[in-house]
Design a binder for this molecule. Structure first.
Ligand SMILES: O=CCCCC(=O)O
Length: 454
């Protein structure tokens, strides 16, 4: 079966592709498995060298690779180039720290010697989304390969050019054939991949629905799985907050990647004491988030696909129909390209999509709480649990709220939520389970083997 990639800014076809046959997929899994048998015993020095080489290739090619991201999913070019730089960072990070993270860990028992040894698992299937088409892949691949696993990538069809470019980069850096393989696989082909005994684990970044389907298959075939799913990150503006700063943080967190991020600031929660002033500031600042040709670096690019723009617009319209006020945006512009304007909704409340669901686009939603404890209640009143932020001058109080009261995988105080190779990344509730990045990320796809010597 064939499919196309479309430039969302021009609606032109970028390329035509065909899905691999089942037989090709089986052969590629076979090759990955045999690559694993050598790769697992390859020295850390060699793996470190290859990851550093990959990082340099990414840096050298960041303009072309950034351009590829932009034409496939519509991100402003500058942000695409920054994404490639971040991929280089995660490669360097695991090249430098991987050995240390995977050292044997001695544990004192009655034995002469007892310890944990971290052994790789084998080929890991990564199902990845289009919104950060390089970064999401590298943040899984760098630690996994450093740990001695090999990677099989099933990418989102609209970023197939990126998927193939990533495979090429691994080859150019000198990784052995089969260490990183892109599978042009259609959704029905995922089950046989997971059923294959040579595929040992699954990592998926994507929607909660995609995570539910894939993890059911992982459970059926008893494959270890990590899920990084959606989010509806609340940003709590405490009563003492500098509102100017709060408005900036909320909008930076909301508009990055044209709002198409699991960790975007989806709900701005402010108490009624400060709501009017905060809303005025956000309404003023949101005007600077103009959209335009992603190659020209406007703050906003396009939505990645037409259907995604339509479903976002449905969520906005339904929220308005249920009583939300639209202060700016909220209309699909005429003309070519899947653009959506920066939109600000106020008077958002429970029962509206802007409160209950994830809005994957440049739409800010202001929710008014009666007081700070009501703000915390509202923050947790979601099925998601990925990230949250608190804006305040009282960082002790914020740390207490973050530790004791907020049900999220990360809480950022006085900054917007972001991923960082040095810090664990992942969620709770419908945002998934497991952690990526940091020490925890590299330990997800290893067999923590107990060795006991009497
Ligand atoms: O949709 C998820 C976005 C993750 C972005 C990041 O890791 O920075």
């Amino acid at each position: 079966m064939t499919f196309q990639t479309i430039n969302p800014a021009t609606e032109d076809v970028v390329s035509n592709y065909s899905y691999f046959s089942d037989q090709t997929i089986d052969e590629k899994i076979e090759r990955a498995y045999s690559a694993f048998n050598d790769w697992k015993t390859t020295s850390f020095d060699k793996k470190k060298h290859l990851l550093h080489t990959l990082a340099r290739l990414l840096e050298d090619q960041k303009e072309q690779l950034g351009h590829l991201i932009t034409i496939e999913m519509g991100k402003p070019l500058k942000q695409s180039v920054a994404e490639i730089e971040k991929c280089a960072w995660v490669c360097d990070y695991y090249a430098e720290n991987g050995l240390n993270f995977l050292q044997n860990e001695q544990i004192k028992t009655e034995a002469r010697l007892s310890y944990i040894h971290y052994a790789p698992l084998g080929p890991v299937l990564a199902i990845m989304p289009w919104n950060f088409p390089f970064w999401q892949v590298f943040r899984f691949a760098a630690p996994s390969l450093m740990a001695g696993n090999v990677a099989l990538l099933k990418h989102s069809p609209n970023t197939t050019g990126c998927a193939l470019a990533i495979e090429k980069l691994f080859k150019e850096a000198g990784f052995p054939e089969g260490a990183f393989t892109t599978l042009l696989a259609d959704i029905p082909q995922i089950e046989p991949i997971l059923a294959n005994p040579k595929v040992k684990a699954l990592t998926l970044t994507g929607s909660t629905k995609a995570g539910q389907s894939a993890s059911q298959l992982a459970a059926k075939y008893l494959k270890k799985c990590v899920l990084e799913l959606g989010g509806s990150d609340p940003y709590l503006i405490l009563d003492d907050a500098d509102l100017e700063k709060a408005a900036e943080i909320c909008l930076s967190g909301r508009m990055l990647n044209t709002g198409q991020s699991c960790i975007a600031a989806k709900r701005f929660i402010v108490t009624k004491k400060r709501a009017v002033q905060f809303t005025e500031l956000v309404a003023e600042k949101v005007k600077s988030y103009t959209y335009g040709d992603p190659e020209e670096n406007h703050p906003l690019g396009t939505m990645a696909r037409k259907d995604l723009r339509e479903s976002l617009h449905r969520q906005v319209s339904e929220s308005i129909a249920k009583g939300a006020k639209c202060l700016t945006g909220g209309q699909i512009p005429s003309g070519k390209g899947y653009f959506y304007p920066a939109t600000l909704l106020t008077e958002v409340s429970k029962g509206m999509p802007a409160y209950d669901q994830e809005l994957f686009g440049p739409v800010g939603a202001i929710i008014t709480a009666t007081d700070e404890s009501d703000a915390v209640r509202i923050a947790n009143d979601t099925s998601f649990g990925l990230g949250a932020a608190i804006i305040t001058n009282d960082t002790d109080k914020a740390a207490h709220l973050a530790e004791q009261h907020l049900e999220f995988g990360a809480v950022f105080i006085n900054d917007f939520v972001k991923s960082d190779p040095r810090l664990p990344f992942g969620g709770v509730k419908s945002s998934g389970y497991g952690r990526e990045l940091s020490l925890l990320g590299i330990h997800e796809f290893v067999n923590a083997k107990t060795i006991y010597i009497k």
